[in-house]
Design a protein around this ligand. Structure first.
Ligand SMILES: NC(=O)c1ccc[n+]([C@@H]2O[C@H](COP(=O)([O-])OP(=O)(O)OC[C@H]3O[C@@H](n4cnc5c(N)ncnc54)[C@H](O)[C@@H]3O)[C@@H](O)[C@H]2O)c1
Length: 372
């Protein structure tokens, strides 16, 4: 079998993960090979024998890859992905795919025009535990779904917020970027919560803040009301006290279900403990199988429309307010918001925004308050 040729645009940063994954797949006997890299900056640890380009158009013209992975900052995604589709490639596009509904529609039109497909790098959608959860919901195991929540408490330090030119930015080069907790690190959790029902988004409410002088939120509660009235509450922080992964809970009339996406753990109503659901494939393997055997895509662009609708509403929301130093513990480049885990856990369980419950950080930075 001829190996599928794959090129990578955006070769550094998370692009290193894609390079490793391609190498591992090829080593495991999957018919795939890396045929080119493109990056506007110098490529770190470029593998021998693989051509490197600074202009992705030259790569597409000369190498003509069958599949392109786009792993660049979000504000570049639309243009690069459209170029790759028009060059005849199927695309694995990193999340967040695009930044508003007009861009989503433009990319959908480019898929139709070229007959090629876009798989979006939301690996949470590749979880077999999610497939089983959705089957349980459709089969009535939870009764009518009332509410869905995500609770995630992580820590990110000063170095994280200085990692790239687009880190912590709301706009780059005049284009929206949105590197906040909801649109970037917890995008998987937001997407997964939306995909339990795959229903259209009707209303988006947010209360968000930051513990350092960045343009985006590091701590947020997001409430999404879906068509039909079910609410999704996402309560997340990057200034957490203790680690909570971002697990999903679905509250139904007949009982609750819990899903841990990283290890594909699932507990359904009536079960005492979570069990691991096996059979996960990577999004690239799924895209290759789609090309060779017509296997349905796990994360097609169309499935991400509700996520992009949420992102568009977040772009229009007032900027996050900055919490004053006295509410924080500051050490070793970390800023921890005291009491945040407890507040977010309460918000997730009750479907409430932070500003609807009492919270210990009343003080904000003068001039840093937009919606507090
Ligand atoms: N799926 C995941 O778990 C996951 C994890 C991390 C990052 N990401 C996503 O991957 C994407 C890249 O993130 P990152 O952290 O690697 O960013 P980064 O800034 O570290 O790296 C991006 C690379 O793209 C290059 N680049 C920028 N514009 C380019 C252009 N026009 N043509 C060619 N190269 C260009 C940059 O020079 C840089 O080397 C983002 O969309 C991010 O959200 C996904």
């Amino acid at each position: 079998m001829t190996a599928t040729s794959v090129a990578l645009i955006g070769a550094n940063g998370h692009g290193m993960y894609h390079r490793r994954q391609l190498a591992e797949l090829a080593e495991a006997g999957v018919a795939v090979r890396l045929v080119g890299l493109a990056d506007t900056r110098e490529v770190q640890e470029a593998p021998a024998g693989v051509p490197v380009y600074t202009d992705h158009r030259a790569l597409l013209d000369e190498v003509k890859p069958q599949v392109v992975i786009v792993c660049t900052p979000p504000h570049t995604h639309l243009a690069l992905t459209r170029d790759a589709l028009r060059a005849g490639a199927d695309v694995l596009l990193e999340k967040p795919p695009v930044l508003d509904r007009a861009e989503h529609e433009a990319l959908t039109a480019a898929e139709a025009e070229t007959g090629r497909v876009v798989q979006v790098g939301f690996q949470a959608l590749a979880s077999p535990a999610l497939v089983r959860l959705r089957a349980a919901v459709v089969g009535g195991a939870l009764g009518a779904v009332r509410h869905i929540s995500v609770l995630g408490c992580w820590k990110r330090d000063d170095a994280y917020w200085a990692r790239s030119p687009w880190s912590g930015r709301r706009t780059v080069d005049g284009r929206p970027s949105l590197d906040g907790a909801l649109a970037n690190p917890f995008a998987h959790a937001v997407m997964q919560a939306l995909s339990v029902l795959d229903a259209p988004v009707e209303r988006v409410e947010v209360d968000w803040l930051r513990v350092r002088p960045i343009e985006v939120e590091d701590t947020a509660t997001l409430r999404i009301t879906l068509a039909g009235g079910v609410t999704v509450l996402v309560a997340v922080t990057l200034a957490g006290e203790g680690f909570v992964d971002g697990d999903l809970t679905v509250y139904g009339e007949r009982g609750d279900a819990e899903l841990g996406f990283r290890e594909d753990l699932l507990r359904l109503p009536g079960e005492a403990a979570a069990v691991q659901v096996t059979g996960r494939r990577t999004l690239l393997e799924n895209l290759l199988a789609h090309r060779s055997d017509g296997e349905p895509l796990l994360a097609p662009l169309s499935r991400t429309a509700p996520f992009t609708a949420v992102l568009e509403r977040l772009r229009a929301a007032p900027p996050p307010y900055q919490v004053a130093e006295e509410a924080l513990d500051v050490a070793d480049g970390h800023r921890t918001l005291r009491g945040v885990n407890t507040v977010l856990a309460r918000c997730a369980a009750r479907g409430a925004l932070m500003n609807e419950l009492s919270r210990p950080w009343s003080a904000t930075v003068p001039g840093g308050t937009a919606n507090g």
